[in-house]
Design a protein around this ligand. Structure first.
Ligand code: PLI
Length: 459
């Protein structure tokens, strides 16, 4: 007999959700320019826009808030955070920022010069933005399987060493600012890299003096997949695997709004004291003093506690990724095209396969996210051609191979019954997918356009 798993927590406080009618939702999405980012959360029933900053904190984190030391300089809460990052991630030098992109900004400005190249495993929107803003060119060196939604490769986040070597040979090692290595690659569908690949990339780069900077935002979820899928690690704890991952890097940027179980915060962590010194000089100009950066003392307390909690037992991440898998399996069982294997933080619907009647320039994923919202009040997010933006040189759309809608599961927030409601809605929309019309821009912002763009149905 199979035995069910359940969440390793119980609910102590609840937040009522808004229920809306279909008519209300049709008005709301029209008013939002068919962009789910522009909906008011009061008009949303189950909010799967993002897992970023949407976690439920534990009672320990809430009580930690009260211990926040709000001293301008040298706050006790900062030193607690330094200890937590050192114990759990193994980096000694901490630069606290308001969130992940604050850390990306500082790292990019310090390490990238005009004309430099930054190879990475697929791109993330804000990460690439900061790399380009600093004058660099991002080059995707992820394995080909990552661009194939139906490939069952267990480590679709791996870097292809041949692709990386080709970039290094073409430009020369001294033009490579660093390798930007994301754990559990968001845009690929929450897909992990193997520890073997992380080690190989680090060995290759170290021989050539090329730094490896992790985006360790979802490294805990990556560690879980290593434990489950990579031979030799099945008996290691998540905490040990995480340290093994970070050991093979020179530093990391982290958005603490994901794995770290807080609603705001982030950091840059490095090993090199000289790089840390330069980062602190930038921190005081752009974020705040070096012992709080972009965070209040109470935020650093809750973050230090969240960092320890995320690896205190393996049950947390098993249940977190298990819930994502539960939703994914329900959709796979019905035959809805989704990115496989199911990722760590969300289920990614293959909008190109669901809406074959729409060309990519008609923004199928944007249209599908809007249709799911109208059906049930479930809010997902476009992760396709709109998110990819335009090439800053040519002005043409970047045309990603993946045209996806992401249903991202906040940590410790929703129950399996919510997942059932989501699955039923997606199936309903999938069954009538041929009725969904394409969209066109009515407003296209120049930077990170997906956040605030507005659309209308193509007449
Ligand atoms: O949203 P920030 O600034 O704390 O972090 C930016 C960021 C960096 N790296 C990765 C892999 C992310 O996923 C990320 C933010 N992700 C968001 C907001 C998301 O919805 O996935």
């Amino acid at each position: 007999m199979t035995r069910s798993w359940a969440e390793p927590w119980k609910i102590k406080m609840v937040e009522p959700l808004s229920m809306t009618t279909r008519d209300q939702r049709e008005d709301a999405i029209r008013d939002a320019g068919y962009n789910t980012f522009l909906l008011r959360s009061d008009d949303v029933y189950i909010d799967l826009l993002t897992d970023s900053g949407t976690s439920a904190m534990s009672d320990r984190q809430w009580s930690a808030l009260m211990l926040g030391d709000e001293a301008y300089a040298g706050a006790r809460s900062f030193y607690k955070l330094v200890e937590a990052v050192s114990d759990v991630y193994g980096y000694e030098e901490l630069i606290p920022t308001h969130q992940g992109r604050g850390a990306e900004h500082i790292l990019s400005q310090l390490l990238i010069g005009p004309g430099d190249v930054v190879p990475g495993n697929m791109y993330f929107t804000t990460t690439r933005y900061h790399q380009e803003h600093a004058g660099g060119t991002f080059v995707d060196v992820i394995i080909d399987e990552a661009h194939d939604p139906s490939s069952m490769h267990p480590f679709k986040g791996n870097i292809d060493l041949d692709k990386l070597a080709a970039v290094v040979d073409e430009h020369g090692a001294d033009r490579i600012a660093y390798v930007s290595f994301e754990t559990n690659v968001n845009m690929a569908g929450g897909q992990p890299a193997s520890l073997a690949n992380i080690k190989d990339v680090y060995a290759y780069c170290s021989e050539r003096d090329i730094p490896v900077m992790l985006d360790a935002t979802r490294a805990v979820e990556n560690a879980y997949f290593i434990q489950q899928r990579e031979a030799g690690h099945e008996n290691s704890s998540i905490a040990d695997i995480l340290l093994e991952i970070t050991k093979h890097s020179d530093g990391a940027t982290v958005s603490s709004k994901k794995d770290n179980l807080v609603n705001i915060g982030g950091f840059l962590a490095v090993r090199d004291p000289e790089l840390a010194r330069r980062a602190r000089a930038m921190l005081v100009a752009f974020e705040g003093l070096h012992t709080y950066g972009g965070m209040a003392g109470r935020d650093m307390e809750a973050l230090a506690e969240g960092i320890r909690e995320m690896v205190a037992t393996d049950d947390h991440v098993r249940s977190r990724v298990g819930q994502v898998g539960y939703l994914g399996e329900a959709l796979v069982k019905y035959g809805v095209p989704v990115v496989t294997p199911i990722g760590g933080h969300g289920v990614f619907l293959d909008a190109a396969a669901i809406l074959p009647h729409l060309p990519q320039e008609a923004f199928p994923a944007q249209a599908l996210a809007a249709a799911i919202y109208v059906d049930s009040g479930v809010r997902g997010m476009e992760r396709g051609i709109v998110s990819a933006g335009r090439d800053p040189e040519t002005g043409d759309h970047h045309v990603p191979k993946l045209e996806l809608v992401r249903l991202t599961i906040p940590r410790r927030v929703y129950t399996q019954s919510h997942m059932d409601v989501v699955a039923e809605s997606v199936i309903e929309v999938y069954d009538h997918a041929e009725d969904i019309q394409g969209l066109e821009f009515t407003y296209e912002p120049p930077e990170l356009r997906f956040f605030q763009a507005r659309f209308q149905p193509i007449s």
